[in-house]
Design a protein around this ligand. Structure first.
Ligand code: FES
Length: 160
């Protein structure tokens, strides 16, 4: 485990099981996701079975158990986006990428996350890929957006 990881454990160890969520948040912030090993180490430190930690962590959809993809797709499910069809956008992305929210494609290229309002309601429904906003996305446009990122990847591979 990394030095930063060990520092987080040391910092929170004295707080006991009350510190579980903040520890998991810090580790995810540092490492991008919660690895199996991280969950086991947290369990040892706080004296909580790993199964219980998984139970708690899966209850909150903020935690990830796989590394982020090279392109991280955030699908807004806030009210404005919901009213304008974000459920269809999410379904279509799940079909296209063959993953569910919280997962990463096998090739590591895309990961997907459902988020609450990302502050661009006037552009609803919105998705955000690595910080780049795509506004008023329709089911038809999604394919083009995803293909654009795939092509970017292929182009980079060809050049290097
Ligand atoms: S509800 Fe989607 S950006 Fe606000």
């Amino acid at each position: 485990m990394t030095t930063a990881f060990n520092q987080i454990l040391t910092e929170y160890a004295c707080c006991g099981s009350d510190s579980l969520i903040p520890i998991l948040q810090k580790i995810q912030e540092e490492e991008g996701f919660l690895s199996r090993q991280a969950v086991i180490e947290v369990g040892k430190t706080l004296d909580i079975p790993a199964s219980k930690i998984y139970g708690v962590a899966t209850f909150y959809n903020q935690f990830r158990f796989e590394p982020l993809g090279k392109y991280h797709v955030q699908v807004c499910r806030g009210t404005a986006c919901h009213v304008l069809g974000s459920a269809t956008v999410l379904q279509e992305l799940e079909k296209m990428l063959k993953i569910k929210a919280g997962q990463t494609t096998r090739d590591g290229l895309f990961s997907m996350e459902v988020v609450a309002c990302i502050g661009a309601c006037g552009l609803a429904p919105v998705i955000c890929v690595n910080g780049e906003f795509h506004a008023k996305v329709s089911r038809e446009e999604l394919r083009g957006i995803i293909e654009e990122y795939r092509n970017k990847e292929n182009t980079q591979c060809t050049i290097s």
